[in-house]
Structure formats: C-alpha cells, structure tokens
Design a protein around this ligand. Structure first.
Ligand SMILES: [Zn+2]
Length: 152
C-alpha cells in the first residue's frame, strides 16, 4: 500500500498521516551522513512515522553513495556523468555494456551498487574515450534488439 498525506494511519487506524520534515542519519560503517528535510508521514494520534517512497529512494541513494565512496567505487552521480559526457541514453549505454536497461537505471538511482569489474569498465569509458568507439563497433555486430525489447 502506498502511503500518502491525509491517509488514515495503518497502525492505529485512528489518526491521519501528516507530512513533516525531519533530519535523518544514514550510517555506513563508521561514517555518518545527515539528510536534512526528509519527508516523513507522521500519525496525528499514535505519532508513528513512515517514510514516503521518495524519502526511501533518497535514503537509498545516500547510503549507496556512502558505501561506494568507502569501497572506492564510482558514485551514482559519477556514473550518470560518464553516460552524459558521452551523449548516451541509459538504453544506449545498456546496449554497449551488454547490461539491462534496469541495471543502468538502478546504478544511477542508487538501488544497486555496481561490482568492481563494472566499476573498472565504467572508468575505462570515462578515461579512454576510444573505448566507446570500440564498444559501438562491437555492439553493432550483436543482435541487441533482444536486450532492448526484453528490458532484461
Ligand atoms: Zn496512528
């Protein structure tokens, strides 16, 4: 069930959920980051709080990027920049790398964290533009229509 402002509280079924902005601390190992002004839906009666989908996404991105920094992996923003710098859509990049569109989208929105080998590959794209040219030639030899259609 998607919780929204002014809905009945799913816990006590008495109060109404009102949107408040709260500080939220995200922790990874010994590192902490404070997110200011995170939307939380708070019940007027039992005062239980719920994150909105948007807040959950934000927490995920912050957490994923903390982990990436700690593990020396590219951040979601850096991944997006590499793609934009090469004038590629998410779909085009997914074809070039032989990955699903969903995977690329998830790297960029923080839902999943790229593995080390993907990270190395992305760094090659960033630092050696000729890699893109190679991949464009290479992927033109493959039947990538399946990859796109199935959105694997
Ligand atoms: Zn309640």
């Amino acid at each position: 069930m998607k919780l929204k402002e002014n809905m009945q509280c799913p816990i006590c079924a008495n109060g109404i959920l009102k949107k408040e902005q709260k500080k939220h601390e995200v922790q990874y190992k010994d590192k902490k980051t404070i997110i200011d002004n995170l939307d939380v839906l708070v019940c007027t009666t039992c005062h239980d709080g719920f994150y909105t989908k948007k807040s959950e996404r934000k927490i995920n991105i912050v957490f994923a990027d903390m982990k990436r920094k700690e593990e020396n992996l590219l951040t979601s923003k850096e991944i997006k920049e590499i793609r934009k710098q090469n004038y590629l859509t998410q779909e085009e990049l997914s074809v070039l790398l032989g990955m699903s569109l969903k995977t690329i989208a998830r790297y960029e929105n923080g839902t999943i964290i790229q593995g080390r080998s993907t990270d190395i590959l992305l760094r090659l794209l960033r630092d050696y533009p000729a890699t893109i040219k190679f991949l464009k030639n290479y992927s033109s030899l493959l039947d990538t229509s399946l990859l796109i259609e199935n959105k694997l």
